[in-house]
Write a protein that binds this ligand. Sequence first.
Ligand SMILES: [Zn+2]
Length: 360
Amino acid sequence: MKHLIDPTDLTRAETDEIVALGEAMFANPAAYAETMRHRKLGTLFYEPSTRTRLSFTAAMMELGGNVLGFADATNASVAKGESVGDTARVISCFADILAIRHPVEGAPFEASMTSLVPVINAGDGSHNHPTQTLTDLITIQKELGRLDHLTVGCCGDLRYGRTVHSLIKAMARYEGVRFVLISPEELRLPEDFRREVCEKGGIACREVTSIEEAISDLDVLYMTRVQKERFPSQEEYERVKDCFVLDAAKMALAKERMAVLHPLPRVNEIAVEVDADPRAAYFRQVEYGKFVRMALITKLLEWKDRDTPSHRGLFSDATLRCTNPKCITNADPRTPRRFRRQPDGTLVCACCDAKAASLK
Ligand SMILES: [Zn+2]
């Protein structure tokens, strides 16, 4: 069965197929309006994430299907202490496909181990959010007509920003993509991530500390929030914060054809005056997100005989534990501990990809 737990569960070719189908659905939604008739999407949302849940719900409704599930865990059977694995197994008896959102890392993986139907990870803590990445890809494709030979600027919190990390990994699979990393010193892309993805993959990555230095080179500007809490002091934050706010004056330096993306919600990192600029793609991005979820649901149901890369090579070892305190294997000790060996020999937790350590 094909699940989407980690962005790498989709090959480049599969990703392209989903993006292309999303575009076709966008161009002619009426042709797909009945394709999921009598099919049901189960939404297991253990934390409120209204926009992601509504995007999935709207996607299934556009295809003529139905939706069932829960929008927060307080009044679900999980409040009685049911494990994620059991809940997924039970709801998979009622639905054809599941979308799961959980604050604990690795919960969607655990759900995919017990579910009888395909599982989509709709976000697990700061770990993965693959449908946001698909949304970003279809937006770039729609706005610029291609995913290769682009200069992509990533601005804001590159240290903790999950959406940026996934986007960089996904875009690094396309030819001729270059990145410009725009962040304050405190929020630079982690060194090991940079080495792994950019240097090993031979991808050009340039680091700058203001939007002005880079904006004239960019085809895509991916904006993210710079949160005050990430800085050691209020003064530090005040000193740098305006360098990472996009406004009309900075847009005036950009190419005529550029797309500004943002995973939303925005706080103040894009001035409202930018919204009227035709290059501001962040609200269209929300709309494309619905179409790419429609395509994903359709393809996962079609690809039932394909396997899930994150399920490959798993083994149990009672002497090992996961080192990530936010992992479901630590949050709920009933969760089976499974591991996999990385190409470089290190052992990692199958749920959350963190390093494994000896129990002793
Ligand atoms: Zn783990």
